[in-house]
Design a protein around this ligand. Structure first.
Ligand code: UD1
Ligand code: M6R
Length: 371
């Protein structure tokens, strides 16, 4: 049931205010006798001590699920103080990389059935790590085989391109960071700002969905392009990877997400007046660095599309030359949830305009159950 939408991907993009609300239901706690703003993940409460004491947290996933974990890594490191490392599931298995008893390995998977992620889980179980699942599918192989975990409760996702599961995964991992971090006096203000930001997030996503027509218009401009680059850093390095993945998998346009800090180490050679480049420059601790990236791209006559916070258009854009997409500003660790939405919309409209299959891109399956 597409609920009046033309495609499942479109429906799933537009239902994110609701899916995020469901994801958070019962997990944010405000008020009560102590008035503390806190969080509850029922599936992890008996394991929290072990997670806090672990030597390292290792995120494992593929595709969009990997990108969601990457978006959540900085806040988990900040609040927990535990080193967090990233593993693409197939690569961990290929290398037989080190996993220890003192590790917490977190397996992120929408379907809970991805073969690569399952093999990595079996490997981590053999090596004695505490294995935590973050999945959308109750009763899935990953939900059953992990020691504990969290269901993201985003509702069934039908479109092959993952959209609402991505934003719900990030929200669950932000709540995970709050849970592992625990209450300390020194991080109280930060924690409260994040909890307040989570409460507001569905309405911010509803606001950013109003960019639908603007993104359709941008898609019309990009319809015949061969290639699209997306530059991000910090919290939004993941947004660059995920935006590019969305564009390539459904619209069949070549697209690469890149770490802006790596620009001068190779990608800058590609820049000319023809290649479209999206730069994510919303307001956070990396903002001034992104401003300087934009200036350097502009100096090489780059064709820029800048995603920035509302009110920042004048300070990000040198002259009339670039196109600006303004989004509401939220707490830095939640900004990836807002920022991905216009890129999901862009991928969707590019696909429809280019005449490709939105919900079943060629050669792809929703759940990759073979290696
Ligand atoms: C649970 C109930 C929910 C109910 C809530 C009320 C289920 C599936 N969830 O939600 O319906 O409203 O209590 O308190 O019945 N798990 C894994 N691996 C995973 C994911 C989950 O082992 O990848 C385990 C968890 O550790 C937990 C159980 O599955 O034991 C349910 O997880 P989750 O649905 O996230 O727990 P609650 O949010 O407490
Ligand atoms: O079900 P999973 O989250 O484990 O799937 C992982 C990837 O196969 C998946 O995210 C894939 O990259 C999507 N098609 C992306 O939209």
């Amino acid at each position: 049931n597409k609920g009046g939408y033309e495609h499942y991907m479109q429906k799933e993009i537009h239902e994110q205010p609701e899916s995020l609300t469901t994801t958070m239901r019962g997990r944010l706690i405000q008020g009560g006798s102590c008035k503390a703003k806190t969080v509850l993940l029922g599936g992890l409460k008996d394991h929290m001590k072990t997670i806090r004491r672990s030597r390292r947290i290792v995120f494992v996933g593929c595709g969009t699920s990997y990108n969601a974990a990457l978006a959540s890594r900085p806040i988990l490191e900040e609040l927990s103080g535990v080193p967090v490392t990233m593993e693409i599931a197939s690569d961990l298995v290929d290398r037989q990389g080190p996993i220890y008893r003192e590790d917490t390995a977190v397996f992120v998977s929408q379907s809970g059935e991805t073969a690569d992620t399952l093999l990595a889980l079996e490997y981590a179980l053999e090596n004695g790590a505490l294995c935590v699942g973050i999945t959308n599918t109750v009763g899935s192989a990953i939900a059953r085989k992990t020691h504990c975990g969290v269901h993201i409760n985003a509702g069934a996702e039908i479109g092959v391109a993952s959209t609402k599961a991505y934003t719900s995964q990030i929200v669950v991992m932000a709540i995970l960071a709050l849970a592992v971090g625990g209450d300390t006096i020194s991080n109280q203000a930060r924690r409260e700002a994040i909890v307040d930001g989570l409460y507001d997030l569905p309405s911010k996503v509803r606001e950013v969905l109003k960019l639908d027509n603007e993104m359709k218009d941008l898609a019309k401009q990009l319809i015949a392009e061969q290639s699209l680059l997306v530059f991000g850093r910090g919290y939004n390095y993941a947004t660059a990877l995920e935006g590019a993945l969305k564009v390539k998998e459904v619209s069949l346009m070549h697209s690469e997400g890149m770490l802006a800090g790596e620009m001068k180490h190779g990608p800058l050679a590609l820049v000319d007046e023809n290649l479209p480049i999206i730069v994510i420059a919303t307001h956070d601790a990396c903002f001034s660095k992104q401003q300087s990236v934009i200036q350097q791209l502009h100096a090489r006559r780059g064709r820029l599309i800048v995603l920035c916070s509302e009110g920042d258009a004048a300070s990000v854009c040198p002259g009339e030359s670039c196109r600006v997409i303004e989004v509401p500003q939220v707490e830095d660790c939640l900004q990836p949830v807002v920022n991905i939405v216009p890129l999901q919309l862009l991928a969707y409209h590019l696909t429809v305009l280019r005449g490709h299959n939105v919900d079943q891109p060629r050669n792809l399956a929703k759940s990759v159950t073979t290696q």
